[in-house]
Design a protein around this ligand. Structure first.
Ligand code: ATP
Length: 385
């Protein structure tokens, strides 16, 4: 087992004289046994980062270290790293047993008997022992995925690299495999880097998540930290579904003035804003309350535009309205999540309360977080019986 370090890792591609920087000065320390999820939108450099760790892509600048040793120039086959791809990449002409044995035959000097024992033990752990004599073409997508994982696990590597390994599975199987993979990783204790563009996978699977955008690392944090204490507006908008609501505001004395509403700030929040003039106010849909009065300083008259029932909750899309209940804006401006049993009718007039404790403020120019919501995790935890 080993820790894995990316030290100022950069990758550029030369494209007809143009330089494309795919990964830009990325620094992450992945602890021994940690499950790190690398997440970000399409084209942000996730796969390139993973491929550099695997040795399938050269490093343009910086170092990749495994257990403290620089491995930049080490060939992939000697890195003691096993990779699982979205496409599974199984050899179609080989049986499951042969697919799983192949890596061990190539990279170890184990005897045939020992290899057989390892393959059988792993296939039992993965629930594919009865498929050992089939070929990949005779397996379902879910079974192929298990074989691909089994093939990585049987090698007992120092690091697992997984590139969107669940995205070809249907939603139900995907969520089942998410849990199973997490448990497996915990049991095996192998350092894992898992790439996905799906923020739900990132939130639910990672010990920590590393969020990339445009080749640049935005934040490395636990899922809860990234959700409640985003480093910048990009992270705030990327993590969470429905997304955080954002309002472009301008500072006028101790009040933020937006297109459709004004939001007074307390002295404490003003201190956090400092001299910044243009501020983006963010608030998560579940933090806005629908209340009956409408007199408070953080309460706003709104009209319900659309209600999206999700079963366990309703997403309610709102428009700000005037004192005589005419909508101020053409389209819904923000979304509020309420409990699934709460009845909200389209067209109804409601008051939205945006509590100051729940707001995030970002510098509009740089995107950096000026202030995150207040959060007391100890207070929010459920005590033991
Ligand atoms: P996706 O989720 O769509 O797979 P990604 O985050 O994994 O995206 P990468 O595949 O790492 O992104 O690509 C990062 C950037 O590098 C993209 O702009 C891509 O076009 C560019 N890129 C990747 N490989 C090459 C290459 N061989 N030559 C030139 N540019 C490349």
């Amino acid at each position: 087992m080993a820790n894995l370090t990316l030290d100022s890792v950069t990758k550029w591609f030369d494209d007809d004289g143009d330089r494309i920087v795919a990964v830009d000065d990325v620094n992450v320390d992945i602890e021994d046994g940690e499950f790190l999820v690398l997440v970000g939108p399409s084209g942000c450099g996730k796969s390139t980062t993973l491929r550099m760790i695997a040795g399938l892509e050269t490093v343009s600048q910086g170092d990749v270290r495994l257990g403290g040793r620089v491995i930049n120039d080490q060939p992939p086959t000697t890195r003691d790293i096993a990779m699982v791809f979205q496409s599974y990449a199984l050899y179609p002409h080989m049986t499951v047993r042969e697919n799983m044995s192949f890596g061990l035959e190539e990279s170890t000097d184990l005897s045939n008997d020992e290899i057989s024992r390892h393959v059988e033990k792993t296939s039992e752990m993965m629930g594919i022992a009865d498929l050992l004599d089939r070929k990949p073409g005779e397996l379902s997508g879910g079974q192929q995925q298990r074989v691909a994982l089994g093939r990585a696990i049987v090698r007992d590597p120092e690091v697992f690299l997984m590139d969107e390994p669940l995205s070809n599975l249907d939603a139900k199987l995907r969520s089942q495999m998410r849990t199973e993979l997490q448990r497996l990783q915990e049991d095996l204790g192998v350092t894992t880097v898992y790439v996905t563009h799906d923020q739900t996978e990132a939130m639910t699977m990672g010990d920590r998540i590393a969020i990339l955008n445009d080749g640049k690392l935005q934040q490395v944090a636990t899922p809860i930290e990234a959700y409640h204490r985003p480093a910048n507006r990009f992270v705030a908008g990327f993590i969470g579904d429905p997304s955080m609501n954002f309002f472009e505001m301008r500072r006028d004395g101790d009040t933020l003035v937006g297109e459709n509403f004004e939001y007074p700030l307390s002295g404490e929040t003003l201190d956090e804003v400092g001299d910044t003039e243009r501020v983006t106010l963010g608030v998560r849909p579940e933090d806005i309350e629908l209340v009956s009065s409408g007199e408070g300083s953080h309460e706003f008259r709104t009209i319900v535009d659309v209600v999206e029932p999700m079963g366990n909750e309703n997403n309610v899309y709102l428009r700000f309205s005037t004192a005589d209940d005419r909508p101020v804006d053409e389209r819904p401006t923000f979304v509020v999540t309420v409990g699934g049993m709460q009845q909200v009718e389209e067209g109804s007039k409601v008051v939205a309360r945006i509590p100051e404790t729940a707001i995030h403020l970002f510098d509009t120019e740089t995107g950096d977080a000026l202030r995150n919501r207040t959060l007391d995790l100890a207070e929010a935890s459920i005590p033991n019986r």
